[in-house]
Design a protein around this ligand. Structure first.
Ligand SMILES: Nc1nc2c(ncn2[C@@H]2O[C@H](COP(=O)(O)OP(=O)(O)OP(=O)(O)O)[C@@H](O)[C@H]2O)c(=O)[nH]1
Length: 399
């Protein structure tokens, strides 16, 4: 028997639940149900609506994409159709991701300045997404929003399935599973399959198809028989493809949590939150270290590039200096040229004395001057600061 969401432990981050699913699967109704469920438990969630095209939502959002982007105006201004309008609205919203994350962290994370660890003000962050699932999942802005969210909070996907439509045939069931698999591998986030509308159709047959491929193959055979009798089942290559897929997908099914829910009656919502908690543990154990590894890799790459750039800069300076020194001395043709050349020689000698002669000396002198200039500058930018850090590290390595 599943348990209701437990009280948040001090210092624990809230978990974000992103609802995705095909148009009409019941995402918005599901959002409304889980939102009111959490309110009843006195654990009000922080709610975000990322669907710019929705007319009205049956729940109140803390952050709503429609407050910052006018979907209709975007369509008109850029001469776009409905999907282009949604993508562009998401792109515009993604440009504000820093502010959104800042707000989320401020509102949802435990108070870091408190002497003793405090409970987070919200235990859940709920996100509703556009019905055009591909627009959200396969767009650059969708990826930016999801990965930014997952870098700050444990994040799980709730893939909402329209049970009455999915369980009617093996091919519809399989295409829905393939959709779910592609989203899971694209986002690399833990996923819960939510068989919605259980008040209309019991999902146990579909769940059985996932747990036992033989029952799926038996259903396939039954469909083949009805096809030969004039039914709508699959035959030929389609049938053998579905057969093979059921074997291949076993591994994928094993990684999923599956729950049946009725957003209308509220049945199964307890099970859903129990699954969310188990996915939180999975996120912490598997996804968070992977994210950390990817972030460290990116940082190391950036650091490598920065060092290479500075090295190149130093080399260029050294080379140009060498070139200038190695240039064959030309004979003056006029008196004024001779005067100029002797002046140049004087300057060169002075600067060489100053820099303590030799290429290494010139380089360290240059670094010292950079450093001095950076120290003198009262308003040092982040880039300056990182260059100063580089110089300090370079000096430490030299000594
Ligand atoms: N019987 C029943 N109907 C449901 C349930 N959940 C949603 N519906 C109905 O399914 C239809 C679609 O629900 P929505 O919540 O608008 O679906 P959506 O996925 O948000 O739709 P888009 O915004 O178009 O993507 C509505 O008529 C809902 O009343 C459920 O659990 N049981």
């Amino acid at each position: 028997m599943a348990t209701a969401p437990s009280a948040a432990s001090p210092g624990q981050k809230p978990i974000s639940v992103v609802c995705v699913g095909m148009a009409g699967s019941g995402k918005t109704t599901f959002m409304q149900r889980i939102n009111s469920y959490l309110h009843q438990k006195r654990e009000p969630p922080y709610v975000l609506n990322l669907d710019p095209a929705v007319r009205s939502t049956p729940y109140e959002s803390n952050i709503d994409i429609r407050d910052s982007v006018n979907y209709k105006e975007v369509m008109k201004q850029y001469n776009l159709g409905p999907n282009g309008g949604i993508i562009t609205s998401l792109n515009l919203f993604a440009t504000k991701i820093d502010q959104v994350l800042g707000l989320l962290e401020k509102r949802c994370l435990p108070d870091a300045s408190a002497a003793t660890p405090t409970k987070p003000p919200h235990k859940h962050i709920l996100l509703d997404t556009p019905g055009q699932i591909e627009v959200f999942v396969w767009s650059a802005s969708g990826s930016i929003l999801l990965s930014a969210l997952a870098s700050s909070f444990p994040t799980v996907l709730a893939y909402i399935i329209d049970t009455p439509r999915t369980t009617s045939s093996t091919s519809t069931f399989m295409s829905n599973m393939l959709y779910a698999i592609s989203i899971m591998y694209k986002t690399k986030l833990p996923m819960i399959l939510v068989f919605n509308k259980t008040d209309v159709k019991d999902p146990s047959e579909s769940i059985e198809w996932m747990r036992d491929f033989e029952s799926f193959q038996a259903a396939l055979r039954r469909e083949e028989e009805t096809e030969t009798e004039g039914g709508a089942g699959g035959t030929g290559y389609m049938s053998s493809l579905l057969n093979s897929m059921s074997l291949v997908l076993e591994e994928f099914y094993n990684n999923l949590s599956v729950v049946g829910v009725s957003s209308m009656t509220g049945d199964g919502v307890d099970d859903f939150f129990a699954a969310v908690e188990s996915k939180r543990a999975e996120f912490d154990a598997e996804y968070a270290p992977e994210l950390q590894r990817r972030r460290a890799e990116r940082e190391a790459e950036k650091e490598g590039n920065r060092e290479k750039e500075v090295e190149r800069l130093m080399k260029d300076m050294g080379v140009s200096e060498k070139k200038a020194k190695g240039k064959p001395r030309e004979e003056p043709e006029t008196v004024s040229e001779a005067e100029e050349m002797s002046d140049d020689d004087d300057v060169g000698d002075d600067s060489e004395d100053e820099a303590n002669t030799g290429r290494g000396g010139a380089e360290s002198g240059l670094k010292q001057r950079y450093q001095q200039a950076l120290q003198d500058s009262s308003s040092m930018s982040a880039e300056d600061a990182s260059f100063a850090k580089y110089l300090a590290a370079a000096r430490a390595n030299q000594s």
